[in-house]
Structure formats: structure tokens, C-alpha cells
Design a protein around this ligand. Structure first.
Ligand code: PMV
Length: 362
């Protein structure tokens, strides 16, 4: 972060605000390798996390800002999804705008017309909160840059991640790519609990990694991430889990710099199962994996043994499985996925994605 920049925008007068501005942004989803699970107020992670930014699973958002005759108490907006009014999205956006208001006070002078859509099916079981909050934040920072052209590129990027984080923690990691760190860690001097930063040193094999998402369950999760994060308060294993994540973060940075694919597989799978172990051992306990999730895990492990390839699985907070593999092994791995794994997906649905580079002005 630039020294002295505290994310608050203070210098503006109504007369100097521009009357209308329209901006469009596309932001990707991301998949955590070291998982964020457990948070403090407001959206501060209990442990640092590491993710691959994705390329194809994205949210595209256009915001039209119209200057109002006077400042309002709350930030006013209307929201459309795929061109249709989407009142069910309003509560989450209202909460987001409330949280970010102190950092973007100029927004109380505007009405926002938000038009958004995803490249992946809305009810695919793929969380769109990271990509949607990052796209929204990008549009708001674009207006801020218009009002304050002295904002540097780095300040814009950090602010975008900072605002996105207030919408959904993992959204802090959807602004840049290919590998993002979020949360303080002593081994990354530029890391922060407030926003994501790029990992600087990594073997190139990781920049072209594939992520095929097996859509095991396309329905609503039985327990939301918000509830899951909260169950980490007073969790018997919470302190050990946070320590494990910090240690895995440190190991993963070494793996990235060495290009050690065998160690990558081990660590990523351990992280995924540790995340779900927290769910299994919370009070009340719950289970998001499904029989087909476990079948896929068994198949992946047996394929790896037989083939000597480096296919790894990871999970987010749901039943779907993310399959991670290097580009050089993509052909053989894809054949295995088609032959053995597609059958476990609901309606045979899967999404081929890859590691990508973050938000785009479109
Ligand atoms: O950003 P949230 O509050 O939806 O939490 C995301 C949690 C996981 O996806 C399970 C892990 C992560 O680090 O993304």
C-alpha cells in the first residue's frame, strides 16, 4: 500500500462532481488453495489465504452513476440481472453499500443503475459473490478515479480489493492474478488483512494451470458461508486450523517458487479436506460433501497412482469439485475426466476454466 493512503476519499464538493458516468467491468471468480475460513469484524480473515484467479467464470457489470440534486443518507441504486429487475440481489448490495460508504462518501450524491450478468449459470452451485463484488467495486473505483485523477494505479487496485472484501471476503482475491495472497503473513511483507496482493515469485507452470469444475450439486447450499465462518468462533479446533493454514501458506510459497507439483497436490488436497473437517466438527456439525464428491476424490487419487500425473482436487464450501492440473498434462487428464468423472456431475455438467489475470474494463 502507498504510505499514508487510508482508503478514505475526503476531498470533494457537490459542484465538482461529474453529472453522469457509465462504466463496465468484468471480474473473475477465484479458487482458494489455502482456505479462508473464520473471520473477525469487519471481514478480517482469521488466517491468510492463497488463491488462483480464474479466467472464464466471470461477472460482467455495468454501472451508470447519475448525480442527484442533493446528498442522500444512503446510497441509492437499482439492480438488474441479465436486463431484468433483480430484487432478490438488493439486500446483499444494500449491505455492501452501507459498509463501503465511509470509504466512498461521494456515492451518496449519486444514483447507481447496476446491470449485471455471469458467464456461468446463476444456479450452478458456483459462488458468484467473489466475481460480482469485485466487478461492482471496480466500477465504483473507476468513478473515484474520475473524481480524483491523482489516485495511482496501485491505489486503485488496492482500493478495489479493499471494497470488494467488504462485500465478500474472498472477493478481495478476484481483482488481479494469477496467484493472490490475502491476509497478513510475516513471510510476505506486502501482505494485508485489508486487501489482496499478487504473489511475485512463482514457477511459470502455475500461471497456465487448469481448473475443471465438476458440478456435483447445482442447488443452494444447506449452510451458507456466513454461517460457516461464524461457526469457527468457539470451534474446538479453530486455533489449530488457523495455525495449519499459516504453515501451509508458508509451504505453498516455497512450492510455487520451486515448481514442486507433487508437494502442491498434497498441500492443496489437505487444505480442502481440512476446510470440510471444520464443518464436520463444528457445533452444530454439517456436511456439504455428497456421495459423488467422495467418489470423485477416490477416482482422482487412484488415477494419480496409476498415471503418475499431478491431478489434484480442491473444494470450496459446497459439494462441487475443482480439478487442478498443469497444462502439459491437460490432454490425458481431460480424457480421464470425460471417461470417469463427468458421470458424477448433476446433468453431466462441468466447466473448464484456467488460471487468469483479474478484472478488465470492458
Ligand atoms: O468469501 P466468503 O465469505 O464466501 O468465504 C469463502 C470461503 C471459501 O470459499 C470456503 C474459502 C476461500 O478462501 O475462498
Amino acid at each position: 500500500m502507498t504510505m499514508g493512503y487510508d482508503f478514505r476519499f475526503t476531498h470533494f464538493e457537490h459542484d465538482h462532481l461529474i453529472t453522469a458516468f457509465t462504466t463496465s467491468w468484468s471480474a473473475p471468480s477465484n479458487i482458494a488453495l489455502v482456505k479462508y475460513w473464520g473471520k473477525k469484524e469487519v471481514q478480517i480473515p482469521c488466517n491468510p489465504s492463497v488463491s488462483f484467479t480464474l479466467r472464464e467464470c466471470r461477472t460482467q457489470t455495468t454501472i451508470q452513476f447519475d448525480l442527484q440534486s442533493s446528498k442522500k443518507e444512503e446510497i441509492l441504486f437499482s439492480i438488474q440481472y441479465e436486463g431484468q429487475p433483480a430484487p432478490s440481489f438488493a439486500p446483499k448490495i444494500t449491505e455492501f453499500l452501507k459498509r463501503i460508504k465511509p470509504y466512498v462518501p461521494f456515492l451518496t450524491h449519486y444514483h447507481l443503475t447496476i446491470d449485471t450478468c455471469n458467464t456461468f449459470p446463476h444456479s450452478s452451485g458456483i459462488a458468484s459473490s467473489a466475481s460480482s463484488m469485485a466487478a461492482l467495486a471496480a466500477g465504483i473505483v473507476a468513478l473515484e478515479e474520475k473524481l480524483n485523477p491523482s489516485l495511482t494505479k496501485e491505489e486503485q487496485t488496492n482500493k478495489c480489493s479493499f471494497l470488494a472484501r467488504l462485500g465478500s471476503g474472498s472477493a478481495a482475491r478476484s481483482v488481479e492474478g494469477p496467484i493472490i495472497l490475502w491476509g497478513n503473513h510475516p513471510e510476505s511483507p506486502n501482505s494485508s488483512d485489508l486487501f489482496g496482493v499478487k504473489l511475485a515469485v512463482y514457477d511459470n507452470v502455475f500461471a497456465s494451470y487448469h481448473d475443471t469444475v465438476l458440478l456435483v450439486d447445482q442447488g443452494q447450499k444447506i449452510v451458507s458461508s456466513t454461517v460457516g465462518h461464524n461457526l469457527m468462533h468457539n470451534h474446538l479446533y479453530a486455533a489449530t486450523r488457523f495455525e495449519q493454514a499459516r504453515e501451509n501458506y508458508s509451504q505453498l510459497l516455497k512450492i510455487f517458487s520451486k515448481g514442486d507439483l507433487v508437494a502442491f497436490v498434497d498441500l492443496v488436497e489437505q487444505e480442502a479436506l481440512s476446510l470440510h473437517a471444520m464443518m464436520l466438527t463444528s457445533s452444530p456439525s454439517y456436511l456439504l460433501m455428497q456421495p459423488n464428491t467422495l467418489r470423485i476424490i477416490e477416482e482422482v487419487r487412484s488415477f494419480r497412482k496409476k498415471s503418475g500425473l499431478h491431478l489434484a482436487f480442491t473444494l470450496d464450501a459446497g459439494a462441487n469439485v475443482h480439478l487442478l492440473y498443469p497444462d502439459a498434462e491437460a490432454e490425458k487428464t481431460r480424457r480421464f475426466i470425460e471417461k470417469n468423472l463427468r458421470q458424477y456431475c448433476q446433468d453431466n455438467a462441468l466447466i473448464h476454466d484456467r488460471v487468469g489475470m483479474g478484472i478488465k474494463n470492458t
